[in-house]
Each structure stands twice: as structure tokens, then as C-alpha cells.
Design a protein around this ligand. Sequence first.
Ligand code: UT7
Length: 333
Amino acid sequence: MTMDPLREFPRLRSVVLGVGSCLPEKCVTNDDLAKQVDTSDDWIVQRTGIKQRHIAGPDETTSTLGEGAARAALAEAGLDANDIDLVIVATSTPDWTFPSTATQIQAALGLTHGVAFDLQAVCSGFVFAVATADKFLRSGSHKRALVIGAETFSRIIDWDDRTTCVLFGDGAGAIVLEARPSTGDLSERGVLTTHLRSDGRHRAKLHVDGGPSATQTVGHLRMEGKEVFRFAVGQVTDVVTDAFAATGLTAGDLNWFVPHQANRRIIDMSAHKLGIAPEKVVATVHLHGNTSAASVPLALSVARADGRIKDGDLVMLEAVGGGFTWGSALIRW
Ligand code: UT7
């Protein structure tokens, strides 16, 4: 007889067991960059809040950084890689066009069972991957997931373009999720709700001008910064209000708001618009720059390690990226 997982486990919730991160060894300050392009620490800090970023060395790739973050998350969870049966890697900078970075990390972790695949939603990738893993786990088809955001944007940056090269950094972050029975009460730990959106009409505003099918090249990142800024502040808060509407929770109930770390001004303006108190905002953009899909799990990792995020805290993740894509995930940690 075939088991119907949804009938067998009428209510499952994806509970966070661990979070971890991995950064390239090399740290580049704004003053370092000012020696290469016509910019200054003052301009970068005033416009973005970024003070430094990590840049991958020749032996560091998206998969090595992702593997490091995965190992750190497994260590916090007290689990072995073999306890995992689902690996999702959010990245727009895979080691290779194929096979996927997820299968590279799966092999590096010594995992030979389960399933591993990449997911591409640019800077929203980690939130999209959390939502995807949550749907797998709540269906009962898989038990424990590694959700990884890993990027090496330094490899697709035009290092002569001062309007973009000062903004981005490399790194990886990961969480371990486990399917656990739940009564459905919002006070119980786990992913409470996720909301994803995309609108492909905005491709030109934030894109890479190369790809295997279109140009047979890797290409460089191109951005209409002002347009992206306007969209990020003007539109994407809808996925956060959707999360509040779905749960009946409010900005006042949140312990932490962990948005995509692209620009301190976007972070502060979004929090203000949503009525989220400044002291509940986790901002790490000054440390890492914009690490695309790695930015939210890196911020989570920092706020968990320094004792801010505690078990039972209500944490709102939010991100926006190329496409455009945007999404939220509300988690009882
Ligand atoms: O992860 C996905 C999302 N990406 C984002 O969220 C990025 C969103 N956009 C932004 O964060 C901002 O638009 C930027 C930080 C990219 C730019 O800030 P801005 O306040 O919109 O500046 P701007 O583009 O209007 O540029 C202002 C001036 C220009 O000079 P003029 O034309 O006024 O003489 C630029 O040429 O600043 C100049 N500029 C720079 N100056 C020094 C641009 N880049 C630099 C630089 N250093 N690196």
C-alpha cells in the first residue's frame, strides 16, 4: 500500500535546527577599492552603509563556500551530513554551468542519498529556497534539508565599473530545517508562512549581460541602481504584509527583521514603511556588502552567533533581486 504522506502527517512544520556561514579569507575595505576605481569610503558608506566585503581567492568557489556554511550549520544542529536528505543551493554564480553547485556540495559532504539541486532567484534565492524546502518537508517527502545561499559575485562584476563593483561581496550561509509534527499553533517553532513574487518585465534593470544560451559567455552584472532602489523600497514590502495577513501577526510581534543586505538606506526605509522598530532590524551590509543569495543567511548567522536571535523568536526574512523576484519567510526560530 502506498503511504500518503499528507494523510500520515496531517501537520508538519519545518523547524530550524542550525545556521552557519563561511566567508572568503580576503577582506577588502572601501579604501582598498578607492585605490582601483574613482570612489571613496565616504561615498560608499553614505550611499550604501557598506564598509568592507570579502572576495574569493583562486581556490575559493561558490561550492567551497557553500560547503563551509553547510558544515557550520550542521555543527550547530548537532547533525551529520548523512542525516540530510534534501540540499537546495540558491545561487546565481554556480561553479559550473552544470552540474549544479548543490550536487558538488552534496559530494563534498559525502552524501550519496537524497536529492540536491540549485535554485536561481538572484538575491531572493535564499528566501525562495526556504519556501521550496518548507513545501518539500511539509509534504512528508523529505525529513531534513540543508538550505544554502552561496555566491561569488566578484566573478561576474565589471571591476572597472565603479557604480557596481563597490556594492557586492562573496560568501555563503546555510540553515538546517527538519520536518516536525505541529499542532499548527503559531507559538510553535518553525516556518510559519512564505510568500514569493516575481515580475519578469524588469529584466533590464538588474541583469548579467552574458549566459550560455544567449552569448556563450559568463557576462558581467549590469544595474540601473536608482530603478532597483525605487522598486526595492516601493514594492517589495507587500510580501511582508502578506505574511502578516496570513498569520494575523503584526510588526509589533516581530523580534527580528532580517532583510536582504543590499543597501542600508533600503533596509531602513523598508523597516520604517512596515512599522518595524529600528532596534529589531538586523543589518550586516557594513560587514559583507551585497552577497546576493548569501546575504540573508549570513545576517542570520551573525545575529544568532552574537545572541540576538534566540529559540522561539519571531523572525521575518525578506529579499528582492533580479527578475525582479521578491519574497518573505516568517519563522518562529
Ligand atoms: O541586490 C539587488 C539589489 N541591488 C540594490 O538594491 C541596489 C539598489 N540601488 C542602490 O543601492 C543605489 O542606487 C546605489 C548605491 C547603487 C547608487 O546610489 P544613488 O544614490 O542612487 O547614486 P546615483 O546612482 O544617483 O549616483 C550619484 C552620483 C553619480 O554622479 P553624478 O552623475 O551625480 O555626477 C554617480 O556617477 O554618484 C556617482 N557614483 C559614484 N561616486 C563615487 C556612482 N558610483 C560611485 C562610486 N563612487 N562608487
